[in-house]
Ligand binder design. Structure first.
Ligand SMILES: [Zn+2]
Length: 945
């Protein structure tokens, strides 16, 4: 389907929800100050003007009258809620958990048609009457939005507001008499419960240590949807919350993971279940034995590892043992972990050189990128091996044996039974053969096929040849492909033409088994496969993508043509990243769960060899693995054996990733997550991580889409949201009040928003081309919880209105405030940066101050900008404003695993749709607005009660 142009038909929504302390009303006059002189019901005005939406009160503010688009005012001190990982330094945590119960103070407002409910202010709902008196004219609180704040870049006299014509609010009968929503009622937390520990008898001689926060160095390595784990399936079912854990074993956190070398001695592991020693094991019998925290077996402590245990239950040498102080450590593997010497880093490239590959500029771009990665990184390692195969209707091998004057090319036409030359000549040491490799990439490959007219593709046979060459060593296979394979084994029919499956279930699943079978062969030989597609038309990513799905690889797609400079640069960046990031070879990841727990389902790129064992020929710092957990043995789940010293029960999940580093060291990265068990629903609500929940539910939905089709996946997303809402209503007792309210704990205020964002993501939208959908789904499955949430619900900033101190090079660094994802927040004088973690979209309004254009882009007016928007690049320029803007962009990029590519566009640009499709609070032509979604969720939740 051709993409529908989104146009400017975004209705304004006088509605907002839970963006925490930075909450703004979203009405037309959202930024208008509360007007104490107004005659309408000022008595009901809330204490915090940030949360004040005059429109819903029927107040016409003088300043805001007639403004359709209101410039967001920036307040550097305003904390942001949707903080990306890199903004953590300046962004406080989400709403602090109220310590008191608000149910006692909670009065049900009496709403009538058309009257507006009070907005949500967490500070108010917990401590005073719901309807607070209006604020004084001067706001003593520095965090409050100063209504009259207009920076020099945002002069008040400018009369550009409202240029963006917005359609009047839709006449949706469901909204005419709307009920108050959760943001307006505020979050709600149950009574804190008394610790159940009091009544339990703890045998301190054998009890495990209670986890200490300092043992968990960085949440980047592992996250869970629940920080307390349910005591039973029953307790979990009462909440409807997902119970998942996500490991990101090679996360780049900027911190060193402690490396432990036991030398010739074996690593301390449980004799029965092979769990690695970790901070949560108990040393007992004066230090002679240790109790495994996974299977509770009592192990003898080897003499050389012995240390006396002190009165508090810790060994005397506790402080000097990193493995007992860190939940994430890396052991140097002892010989027992090696079946063969660690493999060298092997890189093998399979490159399409058919007509479309050459004409699109792909071959040239790929050669440049590979050369760059080789020169800057790969050639620094003396063990690196490299090789190339190209293909069209035939297969071309390149002999790169050192000593040759020039690479020798061998063309094999017999694609049905390909003959493979001697692997030793094809897979060579990079340093030894560097001149040949350079020659191949700079002159031979780019020129050799310049005149080609070949349009057919023997991808299958070429991959098989690569597999033969690499089989004895393993390594990383990188494939570049532009057309549907049409020759030899693995040729694929165009399923899109012949398939009328409306649910796309068939198209999302692999067709031919050739690539899946091949991927299992690759996996056995420790070959991981990354795929780069450059297809304007259908190439069946679902089928070919098996190669990466089952080998720990990834899929990237590009729409290259000779005019699209952006895509070529993006390819160059991505490929460079793929080849130079922290790559692990011949990897295995085993996940052990303590008694009573097991893994229900696995999500990510791997081949599952056993329920607890994932084989990963390649693993890298950009890959996460999500596991859904299940209580399968309630009898053994909570026993005296896993009672901690503090009287709480604990359960543990430990991931051990065995891999070979690029330097040829065999390592085991061990990540241990130990959480308290609770039988209280209130604890689950208190300890829920809404981002992890949204990401996990999204991954489960991806799985459902592939198994059962898109409509069922979208229905499942909605259903899980309304299920959670209705269960919370039942829990909190608000269900008895006639279904007028929609309650959530403060810990989950954004959850419905994230759910809507997931539904509106290109993965699940109906107009996404199938190949792109598969690519996005596969990528999503491998994102960490933080990355996944940011991708689903991006951060939006206005770079043209930076408040004082924002973006200045000082600590703590102050990020601009994040804006709600609605066109209501846009301003034609603004320069908006939308950051989804994988890419930036820069949207430049048509009425940006020329001095701003000059400062940031070095241009006088937008008229100078060409069709490619090449002038709208953010470079560091010699002025203070440019420095601040660049500081912000650099700060966002710095915490990322990959390089965040930027797509600039000016207002009314044809590519503008890309930007607007991310403003998920707006109504889309085929999907509802946030407010409509809330109404539907409320109705649906009511029906469940
Ligand atoms: Zn054990």
């Amino acid at each position: 389907l051709p993409p529908r142009h989104m146009g400017r038909s975004y209705p304004k929504e006088a509605y907002s929800i839970g963006t925490g302390q930075n909450q703004q009303g979203t009405g037309q006059q959202a930024y208008a100050p509360p007007n104490p002189m107004a005659t309408t019901p000022t008595q009901q005005m809330p204490a915090n003007p940030q949360l004040y939406n005059p429109q819903t009160f029927g107040i016409q503010s003088q300043q805001a009258q007639g403004s359709g688009v209101v410039p967001p005012t920036n307040n550097p001190a305003t904390p942001v809620s949707f903080a990306s990982p890199t903004t953590v330094a300046t962004a406080p945590a989400l709403d602090p958990m109220p310590e008191t119960d608000i149910t006692a103070n909670f009065k049900k407002p009496t709403h009538q048609t058309g009257s507006a409910p009070p907005p949500f202010n967490p500070a108010v709902v917990n401590s005073g009457p719901r309807h607070s008196p209006p604020p004084a004219v001067d706001q003593p609180n520095g965090n409050d939005q100063q209504p009259t704040t207009n920076t020099a870049n945002n002069p008040p006299q400018q009369q550009l507001r409202g240029k963006r014509i917005l359609q009047p609010e839709p006449k949706n009968p469901a909204l005419a008499s709307r009920s108050p929503t959760l943001s307006e009622y505020g979050g709600h937390m149950p009574h804190p419960i008394a610790s159940p520990a009091v009544s339990r008898n703890v045998n301190s001689a054998v009890a495990s240590p209670a986890p200490k926060p300092e043992w968990e160095s960085d949440p980047a390595y592992v996250s869970t949807t629940l920080k307390s784990w349910p005591a039973s399936t029953d307790v979990l079912d009462k909440t409807g919350l997902p119970f998942c854990i996500t490991f990101h074993p090679l996360a780049e956190t900027g911190k060193e993971v402690p490396v432990i070398n036991f030398g010739d001695a074996n690593i301390i592991r449980c004799k029965r279940c092979r769990t690695y020693v970790n901070p949560y094991v108990a040393f007992i019998d004066g230090g002679k034995r240790w109790k495994c925290n996974i299977c509770y077996f009592l192990n003898d402590v080897p003499r050389e590892y012995f240390s006396i245990v002190g009165i508090e239950g810790f060994r005397y040498d506790h402080a000097e043992r990193p493995e007992l102080n860190n939940s994430v450590v890396e052991f140097v593997a002892s010989p027992e972990f090696m079946h063969r010497p660690p493999q060298p880093p092997v890189y093998f490239f399979v490159i399409d050189v058919s007509y479309s590959a050459v004409a699109s500029g792909m071959v040239q771009a790929v050669c440049n990128s590979i050369l760059q990665a080789i020169e800057q990184k790969l050639s620094k390692n003396e063990r690196t091996k490299i090789g190339f195969v190209t293909f069209d209707s035939t297969i071309h091998f390149y002999n790169l044996r050192s000593g040759l004057n020039s690479p020798q090319m061998l063309v094999v036409p017999e694609v049905e039974t390909p003959f493979t030359p001697n692997p030793e000549d094809l897979l060579v040491n990079l340093q030894d053969s560097m001149p040949l490799v350079k020659k191949l990439l700079t002159s031979l490959l780019p020129e050799l096929f310049n005149q080609t007219q070949e349009t057919t593709s023997a991808l299958g046979p070429a991959l098989h040849a690569a597999y033969k060459v690499m089989a004895s060593q393993g390594g990383k296979l990188t494939v570049f492909q532009t057309v549907l394979p049409s020759v030899g084994a693995g040729k694929l029919p165009n399923r899109q033409n012949t398939n009328s499956d409306a649910t796309q279930r068939t198209l999302l699943q692999p067709g031919e088994q050739y690539y899946k079978n091949l991927s299992l062969e690759l996996s056995k030989c420790q070959i991981g496969c990354d795929l780069f597609f450059f297809a304007p038309s259908y190439v069946d990513v679902a089928t070919i993508g098996c190669l990466s799905k089952f080998t720990g690889g990834e899929i990237n797609t590009y729409t290259l043509d000779q005019h699209n400079v952006n895509e070529a640069s993006r390819l160059q960046n991505d490929l460079y990243r793929t080849l130079t990031r922290n790559n692990g070879f011949e990897a295995l990841m085993r996940v052990r769960c303590s008694k009573g727990l097991c893994i229900d389902s696995h999500h990510g790129s791997f081949f599952l060899r056993a329920q607890d064992l994932m084989t990963l020929p390649n693993v890298d710092s950009d890959k996460s693995f999500t596991l859904k957990l299940k209580i399968n043995d309630p009898k053994n789940y909570m026993t005296a054996k896993n009672l901690g010293r503090d009287g709480r029960y604990y359960a543990t999940v430990q991931a051990g990733l065995l891999y070979t580093t690029s330097n040829g060291e065999r390592r085991i990265r061990v990540i241990t997550k130990c959480c308290p068990i609770t039988d209280q629903t209130s604890d689950l609500y208190r300890d829920v991580d809404e981002k992890a929940c949204s990401a996990s539910i999204g991954k489960l939905a991806v799985h459902k889409a592939i198994e059962e089709g898109l409509p069922k996946a979208v229905a499942a997303l909605k259903s899980s949201c309304s299920n959670i809402l209705s269960k919370y209503a039942r829990f909190s007792g608000s269900g008895q009040s006639g279904g007028q309210t929609l309650m959530l704990p403060n810990t989950m205020l954004h959850f419905p928003l994230y759910t809507l964002a997931t539904i509106k993501n290109a993965m699940f939208r109906s107009d996404t081309p199938i190949d792109r959908r598969v690519t996005l789904m596969r990528r999503f499955e491998t994102l960490s919880d933080t990355e996944a949430t940011l991708w689903i619900h991006p951060n939006l900033y206005n770079l043209a209105a930076l408040g004082d101190g924002v973006g200045e090079m000082k600590e703590p660094f102050v990020m601009p405030a994040t804006l709600e994802l609605t066109s209501e927040r846009l301003d034609q004088r603004g320069i908006f940066l939308l950051d989804d973690g994988l890419a930036f979209i820069l949207w430049v309004g048509s009425a940006v101050d020329p001095s701003m254009l000059q400062a940031v882009f070095g241009i006088q007016s937008l008229a100078e900008v060409d069709a490619n928007n090449s002038q709208l690049q953010i470079f560091r320029r010699e002025n203070e404003y440019s420095q601040r803007v660049n500081n912000i962009v650099d700060r966002l990029r710095s915490g990322r695993t990959g390089y965040t590519w930027m797509y600039p566009m000016k207002e009314k640009d044809p590519t503008e749709r890309k930007f607007f499709s991310k403003l998920i609070q707006d109504r889309f032509p085929d999907s509802y607005s946030y407010r409509e979604f809330i109404v539907e969720m409320k109705n649906s939740a009511n029906q469940r009660r």
